[in-house]
Design a protein around this ligand. Structure first.
Ligand code: MN
Length: 239
């Protein structure tokens, strides 16, 4: 394998993503964010087993697409790293992944309701989220994606979507950059809250697939502004 030392700037951005997702209420002690390596596409970067708000540059580990650490002396990994490895394998277009248990999304996963774009900020949801049923694959489990087989099944359920709801567990969103996937994780949670409120008021008129696509394209050109704000709340990262 080629030199896999990742770019320090990308490592720093991944550390910011970890801390921002906590600051914005998407992850707590659990949940994680990863990014595909900038020069080795069969490698991705993810923290070792640490709460996202406490992640530092030295915690970032490189993993291969089997979920095995390729950094030497790596600390204990996250149990659910196979979410990331198998999505990177199945989706060459994906550059970053967030997995969380953000609460407003849970009712959708257990009722089989899709998340659908209720406002322009969630245009990335397109025609809606997909759904993963772990018992179809493995019967009774602790609900976690703790091996390659479950990761592969999850990636299959994700399909071409940007968001997959995991029944009784949480959700996973994908994107083409760290900034974009953090944005999507934040607004999947916001959209879920709004969608639940609106559904209680009557028939909901969601963005059409075309409207969603147009809104997503515009939002993608504006993410830098939000990222700058989210980052400022974190302050400087120690090296
Ligand atoms: Mn989980």
């Amino acid at each position: 394998m080629a030199d896999i030392s990742p770019s320090p700037a990308l490592v720093e951005k991944l550390v910011y993503a970890n801390r921002i997702l906590y600051d914005q209420g998407v992850v707590d002690g659990l949940g994680h964010v990863s990014v595909r390596h900038d020069t080795a596409p069969d490698v991705f970067m993810l923290s070792c087993n640490r709460a996202p708000a406490m992640v530092s540059p030295r915690d970032i580990v490189c993993y291969d697409l089997d979920g095995e650490a390729v950094s030497s002396g790596a600390e204990r990994p996250y149990l659910e790293r196979f979410i990331h490895s198998e999505i990177y394998r199945a989706r060459p277009d994906v550059v970053a992944v967030v997995h969380s248990h953000s609460p407003s999304v849970i009712p959708f996963g257990v009722t089989g309701n899709r998340l659908r774009p209720i406002f322009h900020m969630a245009g990335f949801l397109g025609s809606g989220s997909s759904h993963f049923e772990i018992s179809d694959v493995a019967g009774d489990t602790d609900m976690l994606i703790r091996n390659r087989e479950l990761g592969r099944a999850l990636a299959q359920s994700l399909g071409d979507c940007t968001c997959v709801l995991m029944r009784g567990h949480g959700s996973t969103v994908v994107g083409t950059s760290i900034e974009q996937v953090v944005y999507r994780a934040i607004y999947a949670e916001v959209n879920a809250k709004l969608q639940m409120n609106a559904q209680g008021m009557g028939d909901v008129r969601y963005l059409t697939t075309v409207e969603a696509g147009l809104a997503a394209a515009t939002n993608d050109s504006q993410i830098g502004r939000s990222w700058e704000l989210w980052r400022r709340r974190i302050g400087p990262i120690e090296s």
